[in-house]
Design a protein around this ligand. Structure first.
Ligand code: NAD
Ligand code: WQD
Length: 345
C-alpha cells in the first residue's frame, strides 16, 4: 500500500490545508504535531471539511521513542515533514532552539525512518535558502546562502538530505522550496493564525483590515523595483497544498530519485504595494499604511521559476492575487480572533 502518509506539523497553517488535499486525493494520513504553534481546533475543522476523522498523535519530533513507537504501529509509505519553527526574528534571538527543533528534530525523524525502511520524504524547505538571489526568476540550481538561523536550519537540513540520498540510493527525497504562502481554504474555516503580532505581510494586512492592528508599516519604498517596495512570489496555500499531492504522486511512481529540490511558487512577482491595493480592491476594506525604513535582512525581489515543478510534477499554481486576498479576508473576517474566536458563523 502506497497511501499511508505521516504528516508532521499537520495541524499548522500549511499542514492543515495539505491534509485536506491529501485526503481528497485518497491518501490515508496520520498527523503528528506537538501543537507548539497550532491549535487542535484547526484539525477539528479539517475533519469537518473532509467529513471524516483524522488520526492524530500529539508528539514532538524530538521525542525519539514516541516516533519509534509510531513507526512500529503504522506502515508508512512516506513522510511529509512540516514540523518546525519558522519565525526569522525569533531564530536570531534563540538560535539553539531553532537548530535543535529544526535540525535535531529532523535528524531524529530521518533516523527512525531509516530504521523502519521508510525512505520517501517530502521536506518543507523555503525560498529563504536562496538568500539574496543573483538572477530572477530563481531556478533550483541557483546558489544557496542564508543570513539567519532559521534559514540556516533549512539549508542545513537540505545538506543533510543531499548527503543521505548520496549515501543510500534507496532514499527518495523531495525538498519543496516554498515562496510566500498566503490565503486560506475557501470555506473560511481554516487559515493562518499567528500567535503574536504577525511578522509576515499578509496576516499583518488582514489584521489591520479587521481592526486588530492600527496600520501597516511598509518596510522600504526605495528598492529597485516597480514601485520601490519589495517584490515577492505570493502563492495560495491551497495551490501549495496541491504541490505536496503532486510530489507524493511523483514518489509513488518513481524510485531512486535522490535529492530533488523543487520550487513551489507562481513564477510571478508582486510588490508589497500591489498586494495592499489588491487586498483593498478585492475586499472593499481599507488598509491604512505608512512607509518606514527597510527591514534588515530583506531582499528587494524574490520570485520563482515555476518551470521545473511544471515539467516534473505537472503542477502549477491556479489561484491569483485576488483569490489570495479574498480567501485571506474570508478567514480573517469570520475568525477575528483566529481559532480562539467564540464561534464560527
Ligand atoms: P506552522 O507553525 O503553522 O506549522 C508548523 C507545525 O509544526 C505547527 O503545528 C507546530 O505545532 C508543529 N511543530 C513545530 N515544532 C514541532 C516539533 N518539535 N514536533 C512536532 N511538531 C512541531 O508553520 P507553517 O507556516 O505551516 O510552516 C510549515 C513548514 O513550512 C515549516 O517547516 C516552515 O518552516 C516551512 N515554511 C513555511 C513558510 C511560510 O511562510 N509559512 C515558508 C517556507 C517554508
Ligand atoms: C514580504 C514583504 C517585507 C511585513 C518570510 C521568511 C521566509 C519565508 C516566508 C519561511 C517584504 C514586507 C512585511 C510588514 C512589510 N518563511 N513587509 N511590512 O520576508 O519574504 O519571507 O516568510 O520559510 O523565510 O523570511 O515574507 O511576509 O515577512 O515579507 O512591508 O509588516 O513584505 O519587507 O518585502 P518574507 P514577509
Amino acid at each position: 500500500m502506497k497511501n499511508k502518509i505521516l504528516v508532521t506539523g499537520g495541524v499548522g497553517y500549511i499542514g492543515s490545508h495539505t491534509c485536506i488535499e491529501l485526503i481528497n486525493a485518497g491518501f490515508d494520513i496520520v498527523v503528528y504535531d506537538n501543537l507548539s504553534n497550532s491549535s487542535i481546533e484547526a484539525l477539528h475543522r479539517v475533519e469537518s471539511i473532509v467529513g471524516q476523522s483524522i488520526e492524530f498523535i500529539e508528539g514532538d519530533i524530538l521525542d525519539y521513542s514516541l516516533l519509534d513507537h509510531v513507526f512500529k504501529t503504522y506502515e508508512f509509505f512516506a513522510v511529509i515533514h512540516f514540523a518546525g519553527l519558522k519565525a526569522v526574528g525569533e531564530s536570531v534571538a534563540k538560535p539553539l532552539l531553532y537548530y535543535k527543533n529544526n535540525v535535531t528534530g529532523t535528524l531524529n525523524l530521518l533516523e527512525v525512518m531509516q530504521r523502519y525502511s521508510v525512505k520517501n520524504f517530502v521536506f518543507s524547505s523555503s525560498a529563504t535558502v536562496y538568500g539574496d538571489p543573483e538572477t530572477l526568476p530563481i531556478v533550483e540550481t541557483a546558489p544557496r546562502s542564508c543570513t539567519n538561523p532559521y534559514g540556516q536550519s533549512k539549508l542545513t537540513v537540505e545538506y543533510i538530505l543531499e548527503d543521505l540520498a548520496q549515501s543510500d540510493p534507496t532514499w527518495n527525497i523531495v525538498s519543496l522550496r516554498y515562496f510566500n504562502p498566503v490565503g486560506a481554504h475557501k470555506s473560511g474555516l481554516i487559515g493562518e493564525d499567528p500567535n503574536d503580532i504577525p511578522n509576515n505581510l499578509m496576516p499583518y494586512i488582514s489584521q489591520v483590515a479587521v481592526g486588530k492592528l492600527k496600520q501597516l508599516s511598509i518596510f522600504g519604498n526605495d528598492y529597485d523595483t516597480v514601485d520601490g517596495t519589495g517584490v515577492r512570489d505570493f502563492i495560495h496555500v491551497v495551490d501549495l497544498a496541491n504541490g505536496h499531492v503532486a510530489a507524493l504522486d511523483y514518489l509513488v511512481n518513481h524510485q531512486a530519485i535522490g535529492f530533488l529540490p523543487i520550487n513551489l511558487g507562481t513564477g510571478k512577482g508582486t510588490s508589497v504595494l500591489e498586494l495592499v491595493h489588491a487586498f483593498i480592491e478585492s475586499t472593499g476594506v481599507d488598509v491604512p499604511y505608512q512607509f518606514v525604513d527597510r527591514r534588515p535582512g530583506d531582499v528587494a525581489s524574490c520570485y520563482a521559476s515555476a518551470a521545473f515543478a511544471k515539467e516534473l510534477l505537472n503542477w502549477s499554481a491556479d489561484l491569483n492575487i485576488v483569490d489570495m486576498c479574498r480567501d485571506t479576508w474570508q478567514w480573517q473576517s469570520k475568525n477575528p480572533k483566529g481559532y480562539t474566536s467564540e464561534s464560527f458563523s
